[in-house]
Design a binder for this molecule. Structure first.
Ligand code: BES
Ligand code: MN
Ligand code: ZN
Length: 520
């Protein structure tokens, strides 16, 4: 390979400060060997082929790198740290395995980037350069690698600290430089903007998801929305309280909140493009996020083991706020409205009881067979309310069913939709941004399980196909619009030692919205 063409004129610098994403971009000829940084990450394929920058550094160092390669298998994500590399200013070089040249995907690439960042953290580096982004993968736009690399770096550097009195910084990293051969400044700038906008949305969703329910109440979520309104000119917020929600007839939503002393909130966030619209305005997209700030199950009380996880039952709402933040940063041309019904699901003398029948905002009556199937009871009124915006598409995000966790685990979000084309677009966005979905069925057949002798519909459909019957329930309340329901029960948070909110599906939905804008 000709090394000259590799030596990119462009270098990207991403400065990662806690919750601050300044982007520094400069046009410059780079000679990596003369840059004084803590660490440079260099890619090696398992067949011993060196990536372009690795080759160059190897030559400058008098084959120093090649001499250690016998010991290094270079499987995806393998790494070794080299000190005192001759003729190289950087304090350390990390060789990162990229795996087989034939097996390169965005996913393997990101595994390598993550390994690099985790080595930098361990080495307590402040300034690092990743040259891995120079990796050329067949049929993959190199900008997508950069975008995913930035999001992955951001994910590795996130740490929850809000209620920790005693905590150490997760890393000393202040600056990460990604190198690339791409020469188009505009597209690089756009990629950086998208990646940092998505990253800050993810961070917001994680932070809110991780907060305990005694802090992150419906009122707290409403205040977070108001914060967005203060920060962005293209965001307007309207918070409805119980009286206003009563007037609208959201009786199903209200019935869930009744068992709790925490006041409910119905949060509306509107994003409209701040600038001169040159194209005809597109029809609105509505995003609905389930905001159960704690789900005890209500009178159908959940078992106490792992009940603390039910503070995460507002991750749909948290992701919705995160998405609104990222699109506000991007100032998308599309009009987007977020609706967040937020309340607690608690047992008390005022709570819903099994067998109760309520009348939803739509006029349909619902028999509550299980008070723990509360998510659908708050979402159905939001789905009815959404119709007043005359939306073209409604997307709802909800930690809706344990059955979804059984079906798909923590890797793929369950996607239900009444529109083939939209679900394909979601699939494409999901593969691009590594926030995976799996299309689930919505056949009428399953609706039979929701038959009730005492109301138009029952809120649960028995023990089989639980995530599908939940989606079927919601589908009974949708308006004329196209609809996507994302059950994020398995993907919104991690269990075990990495316990915590994941910020999913902020990246997925943001990428979908970005793609929509580019399509039109
Ligand atoms: N918030 C839960 C769903 C959930 C459970 C998410 C476990 C993540 C992990 C939801 O409100 C719920 O309790 N659903 C019930 C429905 C059932 C009663 C039909 C469930 O899945 O058990
Ligand atoms: Mn529940
Ligand atoms: Zn719930």
């Amino acid at each position: 390979m000709n090394i000259k063409i590799i030596y990119d004129k462009f270098i990207l610098i991403l400065k990662l400060l806690r919750n601050h994403y300044g982007i520094f971009y400069r046009k410059k000829e780079v000679n990596l060997s003369t840059i004084n940084v803590d660490v440079i990450g260099l890619g090696v394929y398992s067949n011993g082929i060196l990536s372009p920058s690795t080759e160059k550094i190897n030559n400058i160092s008098g084959n120093f790198l090649k001499n250690v390669l016998n010991e290094f298998k270079a499987k995806t994500g393998d790494s070794i740290v080299l000190y005192n590399v001759p003729n190289i200013k950087a304090k350390k070089i990390i060789l990162i395995g990229l795996g087989e040249t034939n097996d390169q995907t965005i996913e393997t690439h990101i595994k390598a980037e993550e390994s690099f960042i985790s080595s930098c953290i361990k080495l307590q580096a402040k300034e690092c350069i990743s040259t891995l982004t120079e990796n050329n993968i067949k049929n993959i736009d190199n900008l997508l690698l950069i975008k995913n690399a930035i999001i992955a770096a951001n994910n590795s550097l996130y740490k929850y600290t809000l209620t920790l009195k005693d905590h150490k910084e997760i890393s000393n990293i202040k600056k990460i430089i990604f190198t690339t051969q791409i020469q188009n400044e505009n597209s690089i700038q756009r990629t950086l903007l998208e990646a940092t906008a998505i990253s800050s949305g993810i961070n917001l969703a994680k932070e809110l998801g991780n907060l305990p329910s005694n802090i992150c109440t419906p009122t707290y979520l409403a205040n977070e929305a108001i914060k967005l309104e203060k920060e962005f000119k293209n965001i307007k917020v309207n918070v409805l309280n119980i009286e206003e929600v009563q007037k609208l007839g959201m009786r199903s939503f209200i019935s869930v909140s009744k068992g709790s002393d925490e006041p409910l909130k119905f949060i509306e966030i509107a994003h409209t493009y701040n600038g001169v619209q040159t194209e005809p305005e597109q029809k609105t997209i509505v995003i609905i996020g389930k905001g159960i700030t704690f789900d005890s199950g209500g009178i159908s009380l959940k078992p106490s083991s792992s009940m603390e996880e039910m503070k995460y039952d507002m991750c749909g709402a948290a992701a919705t706020l995160g998405i609104m933040k990222s699109i506000a940063k991007l100032n998308l041309k599309q009009k987007i409205i977020a609706l967040i019904p937020a309340c607690e699901n608690m047992p008390s003398g005022k709570a819903n009881k099994p067998g109760d029948v309520i009348e939803s905002m739509s006029g349909k009556t619902i028999e509550i067979l299980n008070t723990d199937a509360e998510g659908r009871l708050i979402l159905c009124d939001a789905l009815t309310y959404a119709e007043k915006e005359d939306p073209y598409l409604v997307i709802d995000l909800a930690t809706l069913t344990g059955a979804c966790v059984v079906a798909l685990g923590d890797y793929r979000t369950a996607l239900f939709s009444n529109d083939e084309k939209i679900s394909n677009l979601f699939n494409m966005a999901s593969e691009k941004i590594l926030d995976y979905v799996w299309k689930m069925p919505l056949d009428d057949h399953y609706k039979k399980q929701l038959k009730s002798n005492f109301a138009d519909i029952a809120n649960t459909g028995g023990s089989s196909a639980g995530s599908i019957t939940a989606a079927c329930f919601l589908s009974e309340f949708i308006g004329k619009y196209k609809w996507v329901h994302l059950d994020i029960a398995g993907t919104a948070w991690n269990k075990g030692i990495i316990k915590g909110a994941t910020g999913r599906p902020v990246a997925l939905v943001s990428q979908f919205l970005i793609d929509q804008e580019n399509e039109s």
